[in-house]
Write a protein that binds this ligand. Sequence first.
Ligand SMILES: [Zn+2]
Ligand SMILES: [Zn+2]
Length: 134
Amino acid sequence: MVSCMDLNVNHFLYEVSRNLEQSRLVFEQFNTRSRIISPDEWLVIKRKALRRDNFDCPICLTSVRDDQRSVTLTSCSHIFHDTCLLTFESLAVSSQEQGAHNFCPVCRSSYQKDLLEDFDCRLSSTSETPSYYS
Ligand SMILES: [Zn+2]
Ligand SMILES: [Zn+2]
């Protein structure tokens, strides 16, 4: 998917930061895997996902803002079309026979997920207060 040198460097930096984030997430998940994530924690995860400012579904590579499909947030703060993630889950389970264990197609950590029913509202309310732009 990488087509030029500039992208390569950016991609590398992205990988490095992502790996750091990932090892932290794996660590966190030892604590979160066995219990239900609270609404407050989901809010933190959601803010983190929105702050990343990347709203492309990693599976079909189209923006989750462009259509009416439901949007799912994973506990590793990645955003997907609900239908895309469901499809991915069914393929992953049948190809790896891992049973109930799902892993994120982006960061490969195990996750819990939550439907973002008010995704658009939250997007507009956060974009009105871009504190990091001022
Ligand atoms: Zn999608
Ligand atoms: Zn993830």
